[in-house]
Design a protein around this ligand. Structure first.
Ligand SMILES: [Zn+2]
Length: 412
């Protein structure tokens, strides 16, 4: 059975981890930062040195490929990849693994002249972590990006996308040209660390992803009445914060109960107005996020939570304003890609389990244009988006070899 070179894979992971490396371990390498630009140049060099064609599209996505020098409708490519940007103080595997393992698979295929009927390509999607909007590069590639909004996009620190793109030598007006026709891609598979504890706890080396969660974010503002916090009798208070707090706890219970544990929920933003200790809060504003792998479930939960918000508000004598902030649909992974991953794992003598991804991934965008799927390897302690993110070397090697087997099946 064909194998990847694990030494080469480890060397590239180590080298990539130097760009934006932090003293205490981990990496800070946001998209378009100087560290990112250096990593991109390094990656292009590695792709070329592997004997592959390399190119960068107008959105900033990097590609390497066998048998093609650009995507063309008459030569549909089997695509793999992930991202090389990180969250601030992130780990060295989130995203990097899928890009470096994908590159290694293509390198092994070219070097060992492994038979494939279709061209194969690896992508490093830009700005998966969303400095300027999450999954930016894959959205541009799949035609899901509203390019008219590009001039307005800015990071939380105020830096504008048009400025950083220009600094890096890109023309922001051409981002739309990154879009590729459906006919140019035959399938997509992404290797990623699980970023959760399920595979490790089950003792299973390979996870076949069946779906990627959809995420809904809603802003709820409970509006009561500001009052003197000393002289107003308790029963007369219309406290916006307490309504938001009650809703947060009850929404959590509702989501856990009604989803049978398949959906998760979080309130990570709370604002209290006027926000001083001697005034009863006139307003409590929260951002409520929900994630579920099934579109019907997500829709039902959202409606149930909206009804809950109104009940809580009525009982507490306040009003509530419910404003949807963002919504992505859950993406089902293609049965053909899932089967290719499972077969490749079986041939390698590795057990698999099916699971859904609770995090968003570029694969969810690719799923709108082609047959797409993912495979996961265990994350030590389920840790990710932190500097001690880690997966065992054997887990990485297994994952890369299963990715190779999957790519050879999909390109046969
Ligand atoms: Zn990632």
């Amino acid at each position: 059975m064909a194998q990847i070179s694990f030494e080469r894979l480890k060397r590239r992971l180590r080298e990539l981890a130097r760009f934006g490396a932090l003293g205490g371990g981990g990496v800070t390498r946001p998209a378009w930062s100087p560290q990112y630009e250096e990593a991109r140049a390094w990656l292009v060099g590695e792709i070329k040195a592997a004997g592959l064609d390399a190119w960068v599209d107008p959105a900033g996505n990097v590609f390497g490929a066998t048998d093609i020098s650009a995507f063309a409708d008459d030569r549909p490519a089997v695509l793999t990849g992930s991202h090389i940007d990180t969250v601030p103080e992130g780990g060295t595997l989130d995203g990097a693994l899928g890009v470096i393992a994908g590159l290694e698979c293509l390198h092994a295929i070219v070097e060992q002249r492994l038979p494939h009927a279709r061209p194969l390509a690896v992508a490093a999607w830009i700005d998966e972590e969303g400095r300027y909007g999450s999954l930016f590069g894959s959205r541009a590639f799949c035609g899901l990006l509203d390019t008219a909004k590009v001039p307005e996009l800015a990071a939380v620190d105020g830096e504008r996308l048009v400025d950083v793109m220009t600094r890096a030598g890109f023309d922001p007006a051409r981002v739309g040209e990154a879009r590729v026709n459906r006919a140019a891609v035959s399938s997509y598979v992404e290797l990623h660390i699980e970023q959760g504890p399920r595979l490790e706890e089950a003792g299973v080396p390979i996870g076949v992803v069946e779906a990627i969660v959809g995420i809904r974010r809603t802003r709820l503002t409970f509006v009561g009445q500001a009052d003197h916090a000393g002289t107003t009798p308790m029963e007369r208070r219309r406290d916006g914060f307490l309504a938001a707090a009650e809703y947060s706890i009850k929404a959590r219970d509702l989501v856990v109960k009604k989803s049978g544990g398949r959906a998760v929920t979080n309130v990570g933003v709370v604002r209290v107005h006027p926000g001083v200790s001697n005034i009863v809060p006139a307003r409590g504003e929260i951002i409520h996020e929900m994630r579920a792998p099934d579109p019907g479930m997500l829709e039902r939960l959202w409606k149930d939570c909206r009804a809950l918000a109104r009940r809580v508000a009525r009982r507490r004598g306040v009003t509530v304003d419910v404003v949807p902030q963002s919504a992505t649909s859950p993406a089902a992974c293609a049965p053909r890609v899932q089967a290719a991953v499972a077969d490749a794992a079986r041939d390698a003598g590795l057990a698999t389990t099916t699971l859904y991804s609770a995090a968003g991934h570029d694969a969810q965008n690719l799923a709108t244009m082609t047959e797409a799927g993912m495979l996961f390897i265990p994350s030590s302690g389920g840790r990710s988006h932190r500097i001690d993110e880690w997966s065992a070397p054997e887990a990485i090697e297994r994952g890369a070899n299963v990715l190779l087997g999957t790519l050879l099946r999909l390109s046969a």
